[in-house]
Write a protein that binds this ligand. Structure first.
Ligand SMILES: O=C(O)C1=C[C@@H](OP(=O)(O)O)[C@@H](O)[C@H](O)C1
Ligand SMILES: C=C(OP(=O)(O)O)C(=O)O
Length: 743
């Protein structure tokens, strides 16, 4: 009769916490019929029988193993060979064996020696779970739920045997990963074996010192945290250190080298180098903590889903400041890193896009302190001071990071690969690869000119004149930044004015840039000198509230310290042309950028044909402007805005689809849209909005709720954090009603 058990009969050899917890998990889930146990210690076997973990035991290992479908070997690693020899005579030709040891290479060798090289029914395994407790009494049937178990099948391992072991792990809730024996031992040497070795060694050193009493009297905090794992089983760890000797020595040598480097820096009072080590380590550790806290033991690349429920709400009010300008924040890191001296930045946007740029420069050896409440200190390395990054530069969702970096990377002596998230991986990079190749750079992209993008170093660049095929500040900036490294002059002519932060900021760092009409020129050979940067609030983030206050009756808000660079104020011009009530107050200049406070009161907007010359000046603000158009009296027509189709999403399609879902008459055209306004009394219907993970689509529809008639559910809003951390909190304090739901 066929049984429904995952494994009918199990023999567990070694009744420790790891093996017993697995067996308990299987028993709790009725996945095994009979379990027979063996341990060197009779008490353990008796206890396991008493608590019902095993059905029988024997002091004869062969009797235990005979007729088992699966033998679980949970014994110290250096005992493995003896145990295998002892049980071998009782194995039939169907029994599958597996182990749970922390080193796989030595077990593979033991299996080969004893059972024969090519033995196909031993599946090497390693559950990444544990507990300070030990033994039968501590067995926990849920120990492996959502924990990783690594299996390292070899070429000769039978797929049926792997399937059986996999099934027996999966049924107790484990997430299975497969890798090679060598890779397992290398990874574990670094992530587990070295930390244990250091903890044991530190405690031993301090315990042997003359002041040991003093030390242990005050050994709270750091000492306790760092050395907790030195209380683990010495036998087990002695075995691991010797079984994985090669890999452990390799990581230990690397660590010793880096420790000597840090020692030297401290001795030499080289505080910048020390700061570099500490800031890089802190960022890495914070990153791990987030992964562990939010998504323990699961793929860190799969970020949590965040949806917004935006309920109808009344007017907006108050005087407040939105976060720092994204474009300026990116450039402050880039130019500050390449400058000579230390650049202090305040008002830095702590959004994921600008943080991706910051991390990229840290990866290239730049010491950057912060951000802490918008304050960043960059220890510039000079135009030629960047170092080869250890890995691919991961730029998340940020087009600006990848396109501007492409220009800078073309001038380096080392090769760099750049990648991004799903959205960035779909965006066109040919537009920067083309001019860079004309300058002599060697650039590779994936199919269709998409990321990942590889820029090869050590290619001599020559200055070119480039007529931009589209109005794009990113392409303009990329070519100008490559021009810092190109022989002779580099110039760019743009078809329409686009944001000019690169030109302004280069000048701010003391670099000569010539601007004549629509052409910008730059020559190599200069240097950047560190400066201080006060980042104004981002007009692109302010735009959501400008639209929100305009459409919500009775609103009156003031947005403080907003950047009003003339190449960015399309949104103000367009809203005013639609009848918006907007006042620009307290105009002043801060670090080369014009800044003002902006007061917005509600007004009945009217539909217009948006002047095409305003399109590049409001390029990121159209999602919000579509909401304004939907609330206007009459028709709004947008043309000349085909660039919107290649942003974080196809913003024309995403906005039109969303508006239609909320009952608005809107349709997309090749280069824009036609929207019929709902008029003074019109309200959005409730509904679901697909944002395509685009931050600006999400925030725009949040503003629509100010004129909603029912809740609007906005899906996949996690990327709001790329440009506007704290959006929901700030919005709700201004009068919106957004509930955030994590899924
Ligand atoms: O240079 C910049 O900082 C940016 C330029 C614009 O992109 P394009 O150059 O692709 O228009 C804009 O959409 C982006 O958010 C930021
Ligand atoms: C287009 C945008 O950014 P990026 O191109 O940097 O991804 C944006 O923030 O709207």
């Amino acid at each position: 009769m066929a049984s429904n058990y995952v494994v009918p009969r199990i023999a567990v050899v070694g009744l420790g916490l790891i093996g017993c917890s697995w067996v308990k998990g299987l028993r709790d889930r009725a996945a095994v019929a009979t379990v027979v146990g063996y341990d060197r210690n009779l008490d353990s076997m008796q206890e396991a029988l008493r608590v019902g973990l095993i059905d029988d035991f024997s002091t004869d290992i062969q009797q235990v193993v005979r007729d088992a479908d699966l033998v679980i070997l949970s014994v110290p690693i250096l005992s493995m060979r003896q145990v295998l020899s002892d049980l071998k005579p009782a194995l039939n030709d169907k029994t599958v064996l597996t182990d749970v040891g922390s080193v796989k290479g030595s077990v593979a060798a033991d299996v080969g020696e004893v059972l024969g090289f090519g033995f196909s029914r031993f599946v090497l395994g390693h559950p990444i779970a544990g507990s300070e407790k030990s033994g039968v009494a501590a067995a926990d049937g849920n120990l492996y739920v959502r924990h990783k178990v690594i299996l390292t099948p070899e070429e000769h391992t039978s797929p049926d045997a792997v399937a059986l072991v996999r099934a027996a792990w999966e049924v107790v809730g484990a997430d299975i990963e497969e890798m090679t024996v060598e890779h397992h031992d290398e990874v574990l040497a670094a992530t587990s074996h070295l930390p244990h070795l250091l903890a044991y060694s530190l405690v031993d050193t301090l315990a042997n010192s003359h002041e040991n009493k003093e030390i242990f009297n005050y050994a709270a905090g750091g000492f306790r945290d760092f050395t907790r794992i030195a209380a683990s089983s010495p036998v087990m760890w002695r075995d691991i250190f010797s079984a994985n000797k090669g890999q452990i020595l390799k990581t230990l040598d690397l660590f010793s080298h880096d420790l000597a480097f840090l020692r030297h820096a401290i001795e030499q009072d080289d505080t910048t180098t020390v700061m570099g080590v500490l800031t890089r380590a802190k960022v890495a550790r914070d990153h791990f903590s987030k992964i562990l806290a939010r998504r323990a033991y699961v793929d860190p690349m799969k970020t949590a889903t965040v949806n917004y429920i935006a309920s109808p709400s009344g007017a907006l009010s108050g005087s407040f400041r939105v976060p720092g300008d994204k474009s300026i924040s990116h450039r402050s890191i880039m130019l500050g890193s390449l400058a000579n001296g230390t650049t202090e930045v305040t008002g830095f946007l702590e959004g994921e896009d600008s943080l991706a740029t910051l991390q990229a420069f840290r990866d290239m050896g730049v010491v950057i302190e912060g951000p802490h409440r918008g304050r960043v200190t960059i220890h510039g390395v000079g135009l030629n001071g960047l170092q080869t990054p250890p890995n691919t530069l991961y730029l998340g969702n940020s087009g600006t990071s990848m396109r501007l970096l492409a220009g800078l990377m073309a001038g380096q002596t080392f090769d760099v690969e750049m990648s991004g998230d799903e959205s960035l991986s779909k965006r066109p990079m040919g537009r920067v690869a083309d001019p860079l190749r004309l300058m002599g750079a060697q650039v590779e992209t994936a199919e269709g000119g998409r990321p990942p993008m590889k820029v090869f170093g050590a290619n001599k660049l020559s200055g070119i004149h480039y007529d931009l095929p589209m109005a794009s500040a990113q392409v303009k900036s990329c070519v100008l930044l490559a021009g810092l490294y190109a022989e002779g002059e580099t110039s760019v002519t743009e078809p329409a004015p686009t944001r000019d932060h690169t030109e302004r900021m280069l000048k701010g760092f003391g670099y000569d840039v010539q601007v004549e009409g629509s052409t910008v020129r730059i020559k190599s050979g200069g240097e950047l000198t560190a400066t201080n940067i006060d980042v104004p609030s981002d007009i692109s983030s302010a735009a959501f509230f400008m639209v929100g206050a305009s459409i919500a009756k009775g609103s009156d808000i003031t947005l403080e310290h907003v950047g009003i660079n003339p190449t960015r104020i399309g949104v103000i011009n367009i809203l005013k042309a639609m009848g918006g009530n907007i006042e620009v107050l307290n105009e002043r200049e801060v670090g080369g950028e014009p800044v003002a406070d902006i007061r917005i009161r509600s007004a009945q907007l009217k539909g217009i044909h948006i002047p095409e010359d305003q399109v590049p000046l409001a390029i990121d603000e159209f999602p919000a402007l579509f909401i304004a158009a939907a609330c206007a009296e009459g028709e709004t027509v947008l043309t000349g805005a085909e660039e919107l189709r290649v942003k974080e999403s196809d913003r024309i399609q995403a906005m039109v689809d969303g508006l239609v879902a909320l009952g608005v008459d809107a349709k997309g055209t090749e280069d824009g849209a036609i929207i019929q306004g709902m008029g003074a009394e019109g309200r959005f219907a409730g509904g679901d909005i697909v944002t395509h993970h685009d931050h600006r689509i999400a925030m725009s529809f949040a503003m629509a709720s100010l004129r909603g008639s029912a809740p609007i559910r906005i899906l996949d809003c996690a990327n709001v954090a790329t440009s506007f951390p704290g959006f929901v909190e700030l919005s709700n304090s201004a009068g919106l009603s957004i509930e955030q739901k994590e899924g």
